[in-house]
Design a protein around this ligand. Structure first.
Ligand SMILES: [Zn+2]
Ligand SMILES: [Zn+2]
Length: 58
C-alpha cells in the first residue's frame, strides 16, 4: 500500500513582481552599439558628442 501524499504547502513562486528597470538605450547608442547609461535628459555618450539624446518609446 503506497499512497503518495501530495503536500502542497504554499507554493512560493518567485514571481517578478517588481519590473526590472532595464536601462533603455537611446537612439544614438543603439545605432552605434554603445553602452548607454540611460542618462536623462542626455546620456553620457550623447552629452559628449553633443548629440540629441532621443529615447524611443518601446
Ligand atoms: Zn545613450
Ligand atoms: Zn543618448
Amino acid at each position: 500500500m503506497s499512497s503518495q501524499q501530495n503536500t502542497q504547502s504554499q507554493t512560493q513562486y518567485d514571481s517578478p513582481r517588481v519590473p526590472r528597470r532595464t536601462p533603455m538605450a537611446c537612439q544614438f547608442c543603439r545605432g552605434r552599439k554603445l553602452k548607454c547609461d540611460g542618462g536623462r535628459p542626455s546620456c553620457s555618450n550623447c552629452n559628449r558628442r553633443g548629440q540629441p539624446c532621443v529615447y524611443a518609446p518601446v
